[in-house]
Design a protein around this ligand. Structure first.
Ligand code: ARG
Length: 318
């Protein structure tokens, strides 16, 4: 049995009781891109096949339901227009890492996409964020310097947790730690189907997260399990077929594309409400609810401890 299969078995024996945890303070304010030009023009992940195109009307309807659901839960959702030449721009999570500085100022570390097919998204997003008063910065741009895709980056515990390998490069972790003055904990992604951390990791509250260690190499899988005091472990199959880790959390509500019964039972035992929103058309491009929404209210000093010169913590090599 693989290591992750063992982890799941441990997890399935019983749901655990509710313990003292704090709700996530971030995840109340999102940016999303209206899917007016969503297509599969190329294949940069194993889900994409230009022979299988989404239904534009259904995609729009699913996206509108998702936005209405988030707004109904009290979240703010700001909408960017989609560039006609950028079919993947709907996956707004990858536009950049939005932050609120200790001084209340909005900052965005712009993504530097691994694949040239997506790089033009950054220019439009930078203008949009800057036009709304945010200070923008880069760790690399236009093919020069470190790649960073914000779907690899989430705060949890004492650090910014950053997946690297398929998209984000290790060098980007150093830039983030230094530029933001935070601890960065790197996790090495090795699974080609979980090419962004958000396909394998979803922080739920101060102690809990949905995790899929099968996305990572063995030392990083162990590091992830040590980082999360109460992990809700998905099998590789659950993560890939349901996109359940690609969910967003608004307070005590988890908005998910699908939820296996076992996962729902644990979430409910922990006091979460589960709301399902079907975004299956977007699975054709390899992304789900988290990929379609980008939280911009992650606040330095509140959601992430400040550390003067930053620090990068990497798991040992396999
Ligand atoms: N087709 C997009 C890509 O491969 C999907 C991005 C999914 N987004 C995410 N945050 N996982 O880049």
């Amino acid at each position: 049995m693989t290591e992750s299969a063992e982890l799941v078995r441990e997890q399935t024996t019983e749901t655990t009781e509710t313990t003292e945890t704090a709700e996530l303070a971030w995840g109340r304010h999102y940016v999303a891109v209206e899917p007016t030009h969503f297509r599969i023009d190329y294949a940069i992940n194993p889900f994409m096949d230009p022979e299988v195109q989404p239904d534009p009307a259904l995609a729009m309807e699913q996206w509108q339901t998702m936005v209405a659901t988030l707004r109904g839960l009290g979240a703010t959702v700001d909408v960017l227009p989609q560039r006609p030449d950028a079919p993947d721009m709907v996956y707004a999570m990858n536009l950049g890492l939005g932050l609120v500085g200790a001084d209340g100022e909005h900052r965005v570390v712009m993504s530097h996409m691994r694949y040239p097919q997506r790089r033009m998204e950054t220019g439009s997003a930078q203008e949009w964020f800057a036009g709304r008063g945010a200070t923008t910065s880069y760790v690399g741009r236009d093919g020069v310097g470190a790649h960073l895709e914000a779907g690899d980056v989430f705060p949890f515990g004492d650090a910014l947790v950053v997946g690297y390998g398929p998209r984000t490069e290790e060098l980007a972790l150093k830039h983030l730690a230094l530029d933001l003055g935070v601890r960065v904990r790197g996790l090495r992604i090795t699974h080609p189907g979980m090419y962004h951390l958000d396909l394998a990791f979803c922080p739920l509250d101060s102690r809990r997260a949905i995790v899929c260690p099968a996305a990572l190499d063995a030392p990083s899988a162990r590091a992830l399990m040590e980082l999360v005091p109460e992990p809700l472990v998905l099998t590789e199959e659950e993560a890939l077929t349901t996109f359940a880790a690609n969910s967003v959390v608004v307070g005590r509500t988890v908005v998910m594309p699908a939820c296996p019964d076992r996962v729902r039972a644990q979430l409910e035992a922990w006091g979460f409400d589960v709301v399902i929103v079907d975004v299956s058309e977007f699975h054709l491009g390899g992304g789900s609810i988290r990929c379609l929404t980008n939280p911009v209210d992650l606040t330095l000093g509140r959601d992430l401890p400040l550390l003067p010169r930053g620090e990068v913590v990497l798991p040992p090599l396999d």
